[in-house]
Write a protein that binds this ligand. Structure first.
Ligand code: ADP
Length: 159
């Protein structure tokens, strides 16, 4: 069974990576899909985010990295994914994620959304928190995969 793990990953965190590692043991194939969202101005370009994800998942043989625009449900169908994977960190994620899951199932009834609970040690992590800490020069090396902390430092502190 093939699963799609969609997100912005701006940038990928150890919370995302933990979810990918666990998903890689549950599914035959996992496609990590970076959403190209014209409504948001990301810190990292699509190419940078794909590179960061590619490096972070290099040792996971059944995980690949793609990008897409448009509806997640359509992309999942086109890729032959029976499952859309999302992570739940706290109750605050639940309302939005449930709405998204219902929307996707109304668009494509054959794709199921499955939620994985975040590892407790990563439950405080989000891409926004990581960017906020890096912006003010804090150490993010325990929050992101190897190499991403350097990318953040270059992004926020080079002039
Ligand atoms: P989006 O902008 O689509 O929410 P994100 O890149 O922020 O994309 O997150 C993608 C998915 O990963 C979401 O389901 C989110 O709940 C989940 N996620 C985010 N942070 C973590 C974390 N620390 N641990 C596990 N899952 C996470």
């Amino acid at each position: 069974m093939r699963a799609l793990y969609p997100g912005s990953f701006d940038p990928v965190t150890l919370g995302h990576l933990d979810l990918m590692q666990r998903a890689s043991r549950l599914f035959d194939e996992v496609i990590v899909a970076v959403l190209r969202n014209p409504g948001k101005t990301p810190a990292f370009s699509l190419q940078q985010r794909k590179r960061q994800l590619g490096l972070a998942t290099a040792d996971l043989a059944n995980v690949s990295v793609e990008s897409f625009d448009g509806l997640t449900a359509n992309f999942a169908r086109r890729q032959g994914c029976a499952v859309i994977l999302r992570g739940l960190r706290a109750l605050s994620d639940f309302e939005f994620e449930l709405q998204l899951a219902h929307t996707n199932s109304s668009l494509c009834s054959t794709v199921e959304t499955l939620f994985l609970a975040t590892a407790a040690r990563h439950s405080f992590l989000s891409s926004s928190v990581v960017k906020e800490v890096a912006r003010f020069g804090g150490d993010v090396s325990h929050m992101v995969p190897a190499g991403v902390a350097e990318d953040l430092d270059r992004h926020f502190n080079s002039d």
